[in-house]
Every structure is written in structure tokens, then in C-alpha cells.
Design a protein around this ligand. Structure first.
Ligand code: NOJ
Length: 887
């Protein structure tokens, strides 16, 4: 009975995951509906549960969203039930040209919304730019650069016809350095990440494209993120990993940058693959309803990661607004939503106000960034770069022109070169080794990482290999290189301008040729790398995550082989994060070390700008280089630890990740967080900390308005929603129509029609006025959290003879000896001898701690240490601040 297909699919999909499943008629309770762990302040561990939060908060147009909200409501009021469902449900994997598309509203001439990766450029398209990765530009500590990068990426998406750019990333935050996708995000420090993500969101959205900040939340490792993927690697598990975390750690660390993204207006948030406290992120009512939409007042829409939805009704009631790519698993032709959402609204299981809220949120984001004023059709195709291809690739249907090869780069290459150069961190520079003059008699270049990938810059799909120079990690967080300027090419260009000599050996294992050249070199530049990426690709046994922190392709040995014979060896590291440097960093023959991250298309050019002094390096480490892997404390889970049920990853280290752990345990790093040298020197003076008189904090109270009703579809009959006659259904495509009008029969659910109160979480359908969440008030949280309670002032002077930029950082400790944490920074450019006063504000949030018992931020009383300097290892000034306690 083919008509059963759409309506009965929930059961089948649930079996595929082996997980309890929400049916259109029957909702199985999941961990997010359990009552245990009701005190959210309790520390959690293995088998932690997540408290329920219902109903799902409806959008209210708060903050800057008023106009967009009204426009969205006006739009949604015109829609039929089917049209609303179409806005929420993807058409299925490879159903249209973008990595994700929802259905259309032909009656209103509304085209399908296009969602496209990635956080560093337009993925799977030609004539686009390949920007430096998030974790690389984090090292610039430059708000303006982050904004410009966001804007440029947004413009490229806009000109390709993309509605939603699937980035930026702040989850993973970078709990452990081995995490495969850390480089897509910014930094394991939440303040640095928060400022970077806010600037990026603003940039993307000012270009008229909706930013999708992802992956919400605690998506800190690739291993076991999805059971089917893990099974493919031979692990016997049936559920995704559960990241088990306490409320304080969640708020003070992982949620922090998401709050900043929401405050900056991100139109969309992607929920992640993993579970949090044993409830899937895309149906975790505490996280989506309670925190995101309640406490943080998020006004946009929550989109699932691809195949991260595990239920129909549960996810709808728990706060999911859009399912991507729409099918349960790629190419099943079945959906948890689509027809099932239509049915669930018609039979009253999902209240219509909830569907209205989903559609309103989606459309509000659309109006918020001005997409109603932009008319660029999708002019590329993710599944082919040929000019012609299938409009519906999954079904191989409708062969037509799918790619117009629109060049959207608009000269961004120049800015990319600058951005990557400004993000290079000079870790070591002894004997004035750098900058080079270009007149060195013989420049010797070593390492496969200096040269081109023999397969071409895009020769490995999704950058899934470590060949040639590393300028991007692997996975969906990628874009095609329009070209890739290798370090070797760029160095040759400089050297040849001076008619000097340059030779290279780019086979890391050609030991005799390496020795012969190293012996003769005036300067030896050795290129090494370490790669990682998304879990669907494994390289050399690294299943997305790195297996260790060592340098790849024999790089350590290469440095040793060269530096043993050349006393002016300069090491350049292209890596996704920290690598172990112990075997060479303090060797006197290694005169300089640079971390160049993942620089994107202008890799070589940006590097020579720093090597030869056209750019004075100003990057500072956004993470710590430790001596040993163990020095980082937190590590990933590589082996399932819960039978074939969900692996349990307990975040027992709390907030002590990266430098916080080093500080707490008094572990000396190789290069500390915030470290970075310049070709000039800076002095700090005149520290002055003042407490300002901000008003008292008044917790939010009172009631919301009731859920607005924008339609009355639940009064209509099932017959009105069956597929139109003579309608051609594209195979595997997800539609909103029912396959038959007998719902009970069609649902293929023996308990269809059961009393909803017996299986729905209490309050899930309640559209009446609700108590406001205490710490809420505006997008991002209570507005008073951004009251400035103190100001840290000091003077920075350039004491050298070159212009340069310094990132002045402010760290704050707790009154009871808690570790110092970054609370603010300012990047200042100064000519030789120049000085400037820097003012770093400290907000209520900066000076508070999350109190799980109160369920709010509470000011920390007592005197707190304040440190100012050019990095955690270079703190120059110190003082104290006391802003009084209580809330
Ligand atoms: C899965 C990835 O986790 C996500 O980041 C990406 O946006 C989607 N795939 C779409 O490619």
C-alpha cells in the first residue's frame, strides 16, 4: 500500500535508529521528558537526564525583531497548513540544488529556501573564495576582521542565491584539542569565541543572508555523533554519544558564545547530532524550549543538523522549527515531518500555534536580514559543477541547466591574504631570525606541506586527504579553492625578485636529499602540518577527530633532520589546533616558529608577508600549545562505554578546558594561550580600574502573552490534505500532503487515537500565557547582563622602531582563588613610539557566575584579581576589582 509510505514512516525510521520514536498519533516519552535531575544545578555524570520544559516558547518580536516579527506574522497568516509545513520541512537529501532546501509556496511565488555550507565560504560551488578557517582568524583577535570576513562570505552566499549560510561555528567550542571540527569554530575560550561569532553573524547578516550558528550544543567530538556513521566504522552502538554536563559548565562555557550569537541577531541555530544529558539535542526541551527560546529569548528558528532529527511530534514540541534535509535518513523518501506534521496538526497532537511559531520564526529571520528585498535565484548546484545536471539529483529527474558558474569573489582574495597574515602567530623568534630579507643566498624549503597537492587543490572531495599544503580541514566546513597559493610558490616569487637562490625538497622521507640541501642552506624553512575534520571521512585512521596531537607526515623528524644541519631553521605549522612541539621548539638551531593555522586560498602569500616583514605579525594564540596530550585534561571518548547504548561522555572537568586546566593544575605550557610575538615591542602602564554605578539587576518576572493563533487548519477535514490528483511525485522527494484521508489507518499505528494526555509531556500543548524565565528579557538573555559594572584602563606603548599591532588582554580571577579567565581584549595599532589608552569594559555577565539553584547569573562578591598583558604568559599589570555581591 504505497499510500502508507508517508504516514507510516516514523515507525520505520525509529527502528533505523533503534530509538523511541514520536508518531504522528503517539508520542513516546524520551529522556527529555523525565522528571529526574530536576535541580539543574546538580553535577551530572553518566546516565544524566535532562529536565522537561514545555510548552515551547513562541516568538514575541523582542529586541530588534519587532518589525520582522510583524512582517512574518502577516506572511504566515496568509498560509495554508500545507504551506506552513512546507516551510518547515526539507525536500530530502539531494532533492534540490543546495545542501538543504525546504518546500516552495508557489501560490505566493515564494521560492524554496536554500541552506548551504559552510563557515568558511560557499561549499560545493565554483568561482567562490576559500577564506581562512574560524579557528585561524580567531588568532587575529580583530573584531573588524571578523566582521569583514563574515560580510564577504555573506555576500558570496547571497550572490549564489543562498538564503542561509550554515555557519559560523561555536560548537564544538574545543573542549579537547583532538576534536575533529574545532577548527571550524574559533577558540576554546568562550569570550573570544563569543566576540568572534557575534561579529561574524553581524557580517553575514548585513550582507542579507541568514547566519546559522551551529552546532547547538556540546558537539565536542566526531566519534559516535551518529550511530549509523559509527556503525560504518565498526562500532556497535544504536544511539549517539551523550555529552553529560552540569548547568554551571553549560552556562559559563559552552552556552556563552551561543548567547552572544543570539544577541547579535543570528537568524538560525542548528541543533547538533549528539545527545545532551541523554536527550537528543534536536528534541531536548530543556535546551531548545527552556534555554534557547526561554532564557536566551532566541527569535529565529532552530534547524536540525542533517539527520539529527530523531522524532516527529517530540521534536516539534521540544522546539525544533525546521528539519534538514527533510528525510529521516538520507534518501529514505520518508520524513518525521512533511505529511506527518500535517497529520499531527490536523489531529491536534501538535498544536497549530506551534506550527505557526515555526513558520513565523523562519519568516522572521528571512525579513530580519532583508531577504525579501533580494532576488538572486540559486545559480549553482551542490551535486555537480557541470553546467547541466539533474534538478532533483536524488531522483535523477529533470535534466537541465543547473550551474551558471557565477563568479562571486569580487576581489576577496586580497582581503583573504590580509586576514590570513593578520592571523599568523609568531611563536618564537630568536637571534632576529625574522623577518627575512629575501636576499639570503640560499633559501631552502622543506616539507610536503610547502607544496601543491598532486591531485589539485580540490582533488580530494571535501578536502578529505592530507596531500600538499594544508589550508583547510576536511568535511562539510569547506569550500572549493579557486586557486591555492602554496608557500613554495610564494617564497620562490620573493626570492626570485632578488635574484637569490631557492631550492626545495618536498618529500618528507627523502632523507639524503634533505640532508644535502639543509647543509648548504642560508635559511631553512620547514613546513609541517596536522589535519582533522568531520566524522564522515577518516584519514589514516583519524575518524574525524585526531588520534593524537603529533605532527603528521613525519614532520617532527623532518624538523630534526633539517635543524641538525642548519642553525637557522624556521618552522611553519599549518594545523587545526595545537600539536606537540617538544622535540624541537627549544632547539637553538630552530630560530623561529610560526603557527599559520588553516589560511585558505592565499596561504603562501599571507605567509611571505609575515616572513619578509611586509606585515608585522600580530596574531595571538586562541588556544594553548602544551607539552603532552595529558596536559589538556579533557580528552575525547574513542571507545563506546555503555554497551551498544549511547556512549556516555562526562564533562567532569567542568569549565577547566584548555588554558584554564593548565592554570588550575599549574602545568607549564610550551606556548600559553594569548601568546604571540611581534617584530616590535610593547609596554603596558597606568592601570586604572574603576567601578561604575550601573543599576540593580531586576530579574524578569510576569507572564508572556498567549500563543498567537494565525490559522485554523485543525478545523478542516483530512480529505483537504491528500495529494492532488494527477500530481507527479518526484521519487524520494518529501511533500506535505497526506497519502490518504483515513488517518488512523494511514498512520499504521495501532494506538492511533490514544488520549494525548497519557503520552505527551505535561503542558506541551498549552498555548496560554506562561511565566517568563527569570534570566530572560531580550535576545541573548537579560539585557542587564551587559551593563558595564567596571572599566579597566591602561596605556599601551610601542617601544620598538616598527609599526605594529598588539592584542591587549584582560584576565579576571575569582575571589576564592579560581583560575584567571579572559574577560576582554582590544587590538591596537601603534606606530613606532606611539601609545594609546585602552578601555576594556567588564559587564555584569563578566563579573557573575551562573547559579544553578537560583537559575540565573549572580554577581560574585569579594575582591577579584585583574591582570593585563599580551598573553597569559606575558601579564604586565595587575590590580583588583570588587563590584559588590548578590544579584
Ligand atoms: C552535517 C554537518 O554537521 C553540518 O555542519 C552541515 O551543515 C550539514 N552536514 C550539511 O552539510
Amino acid at each position: 500500500m504505497p499510500w502508507l509510505r508517508h504516514l507510516a514512516l516514523l515507525l520505520a525510521a525509529g527502528c533505523a535508529f533503534g530509538s523511541p520514536t514520536a508518531h504522528a498519533g503517539v508520542l513516546s516519552a524520551r529522556a527529555d521528558d523525565t522528571e529526574s535531575n530536576s535541580d539543574a544545578s546538580e553535577p551530572v555524570g553518566t546516565h544524566a537526564t535532562s529536565p522537561p520544559f514545555y510548552p515551547s516558547p513562541w516568538m514575541d518580536g523582542s529586541g530588534a525583531w519587532g518589525e520582522a516579527y510583524e512582517k512574518a506574522q502577516d506572511f504566515v497568516r496568509q498560509l495554508t497548513l500545507l504551506e506552513k509545513v512546507n516551510l518547515t520541512t526539507g525536500v530530502g537529501w539531494e532533492g534540490e540544488g543546495c545542501v538543504g532546501n525546504v518546500g516552495t509556496i508557489p501560490r505566493l511565488g515564494f521560492k524554496s529556501l536554500c541552506m548551504q555550507d559552510s563557515p568558511l565560504g560557499v561549499r560545493l560551488a565554483d568561482y567562490v573564495s576559500a577564506f581562512p578557517a574560524g579557528g585561524t582568524v580567531a588568532a587575529s583577535w580583530d573584531r573588524d576582521l571578523w566582521y569583514r570576513r563574515g560580510f564577504a562570505m555573506g555576500m558570496e552566499h547571497r550572490l549564489k542565491g543562498v538564503d542561509v549560510q550554515l555557519g559560523p561555528v561555536v560548537g564544538p567550542l574545543g573542549r579537547a584539542p583532538e576534536g575533529g571540527r574545532n577548527w571550524e569554530g574559533f577558540s576554546p575560550d568562550p569570550v573570544l569565541s563569543g566576540i568572534a561569532v557575534a561579529a561574524t553573524v553581524k557580517g553575514i547578516q548585513d550582507a542579507g543572508v541568514i547566519a546559522c550558528t551551529k552546532h547547538y550544543i556540546l558537539n565536542e567530538q566526531e566519534h559516535f555523533r551518529q550511530a549509523p556513521e559509527a556503525i560504518g566504522y565498526g562500532y556497535n552502538i544504536t544511539e549517539s554519544v551523550s555529552s553529560n554536563v552540569d548547568d554551571v559548565t553549560l552556562h559559563e562555557l559552552y552556552l556563552w558564545p551561543f548567547a552572544d550569537a543570539i544577541r547579535a541577531g543570528t537568524g538560525s541555530i542548528m541543533c547538533s547530532y549528539n545527545q545532551v544529558n541523554n536527550s537528543y539535542s534536536c528534541q531536548n526541551s530543556h535546551l531548545l524550549n527552556g534555554i534557547l527560546k526561554g532564557e536566551l529569548g532566541f527569535q529565529g528558528f532552530v534547524m536540525s543538523d542533517w539527520q539529527a532529527q530523531h522524532s516527529g511530534v517530540s521534536s516539534a514540541l521540544a522546539g525544533l522549527d525546521m528539519t534538514m534535509p527533510g528525510d529521516t535518513l538520507f534518501l529514505t523518501g520518508r520524513s518525521f515531518w512533511g505529511a506527518n506534521l500535517t497529520l499531527a496538526v490536523l489531529n491536534g497532537t501538535v498544536p497549530e500555534w506551534r506550527l505557526d511559531d515555526m513558520a513565523t520564526r523562519i519568516m522572521a529571520a528571512y525579513f530580519f536580514v532583508g531577504r525579501d528585498k533580494i532576488d538572486v535565484p540559486v545559480n549553482f548546484n551542490s551535486w555537480t559543477q557541470d553546467t547541466f545536471g539533474y534538478e532533483h539529483a536524488a531522483a535523477s529527474e529533470d535534466y537541465t541547466q543547473v550551474n551558471w558558474h557565477v563568479d562571486v569573489r569580487a576581489g576577496h582574495g586580497h582581503a583573504i591574504r590580509e586576514m590570513a597574515a593578520d592571523s599568523i602567530v609568531l611563536l618564537k623568534n630568536s637571534n632576529g631570525a625574522l623577518p627575512l630579507t629575501g636576499e639570503e643566498q640560499l633559501t631552502a624549503v622543506f616539507g610536503a606541506d610547502a607544496d601543491a597537492n598532486p591531485y589539485g587543490p580540490n582533488g580530494c572531495p571535501n578536502r578529505g586527504c592530507d596531500n600538499g599544503t594544508l589550508a583547510m580541514g576536511w568535511g562539510s566546513g569547506t569550500a572549493n579553492f579557486p586557486y591555492l597559493v602554496t608557500p613554495l610558490t610564494a617564497i620562490q616569487n620573493v626570492v626570485l625578485r632578488n635574484y637569490a637562490s631557492v631550492e626545495s625538497v618536498t618529500d618528507n622521507w627523502a632523507t639524503s636529499q634533505i640532508a644535502t640541501l639543509a647543509r648548504r642552506a642560508s635559511v631553512a624553512l620547514v613546513f609541517v602540518d596536522a589535519d582533522s575534520g568531520e566524522g564522515f571521512i577518516s584519514i589514516d585512521g583519524n575518524e574525524g577527530d585526531r588520534n593524537n596531537l603529533t605532527i603528521w607526515r613525519g614532520g617532527e623528524q623532518l624538523v630534526q633532520n633539517v635543524s641538525a644541519l642548519c642553525n637557522n631553521t624556521i618552522v611553519v605549522i599549518h594545523s587545526v589546533g595545537p600539536v606537540l612541539l617538544s622535540s624541537f621548539y627549544d632547539s637553538p638551531n630552530v630560530t623561529a616558529i610560526l603557527w599559520a593555522g588553516l589560511p585558505g586560498e592565499q596561504s603562501g602569500n599571507s605567509l611571505v608577508d609575515v616572513l619578509y616583514g611586509a606585515v608585522n605579525p600580530s596574531g595571538k594564540l586562541p588556544f594553548t600549545f602544551g607539552i603532552n596530550r595529558e596536559d589538556y585534561g579533557a580528552d575525547l571518548l574513542y571507545t563506546p562505554n555503555n554497551g551498544n547504548a549511547a556512549p556516555q561522555q562526562d564533562f567532569t572537568e567542568g569549565t577547566l578546558i584548555d588554558y584554564r586546566y593548565f592554570e588550575a593544575k599549574n602545568i607549564t605550557p610550551v606556548y600559553p594561550f594569548g601568546h604571540g610575538l611581534s617584530y616590535t615591542t610593547f609596554e603596558y602602564s597606568d592601570l586604572d580600574i574603576t567601578v561604575t554605578g550601573a543599576g540593580a539587576y531586576v530579574p524578569t518576572s510576569g507572564l508572556t502573552a498567549p500563543a498567537p493563533t494565525l490559522g485554523n487548519a485543525s478545523n478542516s477535514s483530512f480529505e483537504d490534505y491528500v495529494f492532488p490528483t494527477d500530481f507527479h511525485q518526484v521519487p524520494l522527494y518529501i511533500y506535505p500532503w497526506l497519502n490518504g484521508s483515513d488517518a488512523a489507518d494511514a498512520s499504521d499505528d495501532p494506538s492511533y487515537g490514544a488520549d494525548a494526555s497519557t503520552y505527551l509531556p505535561p503542558n506541551a500543548q498549552n498555548g496560554s500565557a506562561q511565566a517568563r524565565v527569570r534570566g530572560s528579557g531580550a535576545p541573548g538573555g537579560h539585557p542587564a547582563l551587559w551593563d558595564v559594572l567596571a572599566e579597566v584602563r591602561f596605556t599601551v606603548t610601542n617601544t620598538g622602531d616598527r609599526g605594529g599591532a598588539e592584542v591587549a588582554q584582560v584576565y579576571l580571577a575569582g575571589p576564592s582563588g579560581e583560575v584567571r579567565v579572559l574577560r576582554g581584549f582590544e587590538k591596537v595599532s601603534l606606530g613606532p613610539g606611539g601609545n594609546t589608552e585602552v578601555v576594556v569594559p567588564l559587564t555584569r555577565r563578566d563579573l557573575s557566575r551562573w547559579d544553578g539553584g537560583v537559575g540565573d547569573w549572580v554577581l560574585v562578591s569579594g575582591s577579584r584579581g585583574v591582570w593585563v598583558g599580551g598573553g597569559l604568559g606575558d601579564l604586565r599589570l595587575s590590580g583588583g576589582v570588587d563590584v559588590g555581591g548578590g544579584s
